[in-house]
Design a protein around this ligand. Sequence first.
Ligand SMILES: [Fe+2]
Length: 501
Amino acid sequence: MTKDGSILVVDDEIVIRALLVDILTEEGYAVETAGSARDALNLLQQDNNFVILFTDIMMPEMDGIELIREARKITPTVIPIVMTGFATLETARAAVKEGAYDYVLKPFSLSEIKLAVTNAIERHRLENENARLREINELFNISEKITGMRDEEALLDFVLRAALDRVGARRGSLMVTTPDGKALEVAASVGLPEEAAKTIVEMGRGISGMVAKSARPLLVEDIGQSPDIEQISRRLQGDSFVSVPLEQKWPSGYNGPLSTIEPHVLGVLNVTDKKDGSRFTEGDLKILSIVANHAAAALENARLIKSVEDAHLSTLQSIALLLEAKDAYTHGHSQRVRNYSVWAARRLGMAETDIEVLRLGAALHDVGKVGVKDGILNKRGEPTPEEWETIRRHPLVGYEVLMPVRVLRPEHRQLVRGHHERMDGSGYPDGLPGDQLSPVTRVIIVADAYDAMASDRAYRSALSPAQILEQLKQHSGTQFDPQVANAFVELVESGKTPPQE
Ligand SMILES: [Fe+2]
């Protein structure tokens, strides 16, 4: 116990104190004594390493039960054991109810004391072990949760909140390195004023800049004791705070020997203001460093996935453009359908998420034409019924081609699949009626048909505005959603072209 903590013996009788010191030091424990509850509280305040508090119950000024209550405010983990004579056995039981772990009756034997201490230490060990296990478990949960997160903003917000929660802090921020590596900007914050959340600090400046530049964590237990730190800290840091770097262990895509590269810092996690008013400890620093390490790995992962997905999407969009490039008549079709769809969705007051689905979905809507032979696509004149059959498969082919693309959501694929459906259910490939088509699908149906009408085709010339108006009105409700068709009627009548998306 000399290493892990010591025993505090409190009794107003010097004989008892001396006796216990003899017994316990003989057993190899470190022992301190106090002749009153007041002295005991003073000792606890000076030293938080006490594991067991042996206290008499009947003492002048403050009794043992009250001492236990006060002691626990200072050292919540201390294990109290009360000593009492037979006359106050009831009081001893009451003390146990109040939180005393055990009691020994005076006059006590050597073995009773030893047993009480051994039991208390075992309990202390188990409590420590449980606390450690709980901590590891919590950290594991955080790590597991963030590893699967792909949205950077949500990931950083979660990390910050989890970090604050783990160390019981109220305020904090998570800053990320700007793309040029020269500064840090706040990516997530809790409890900070709005203007502070927009702060950008230069690398090497202020606490965060210093931690990022040196890639070393910083624990300031008490700013009053660190005048050099106080000079560079901003008022947002409390009296006690922790800043830890989010360190990337090796650059993404790096395949060479790991020993030859410097790790670099993706950001800094700042935490301050403990809920219980206490100061941050080495233990907090350790926990926050673990969280920051996992966060750095998860952030790097999310960015890597994003760049792979972006590359994948660009490839797909290039394929769609290549397909169009082969056909002089559909050149620019996907881009125009995208412009029309986004314009109409805005006109109809659709949500930004729907507009996003249309933006990407429209770019890819005819990707299934990859499965239609060039001869058929470029054929002059009306296709034969067999050729029509092949052409009519392209929404389904597109849907299947896009199936393995994880970055696309089901709404994107449904949009591609459904762009030749009709409100009356006579479209293809599924023949779904209007009430089973999503609003975005109903938009692209009209946008796609509109562009087809307004462009030359191998087998016919573009329709005039008057003819397009007639078609829109004629097929409103049967082929087209009436609201969407109306929007396009207004577009033709205005003579305008929607902006490039
Ligand atoms: Fe199509």
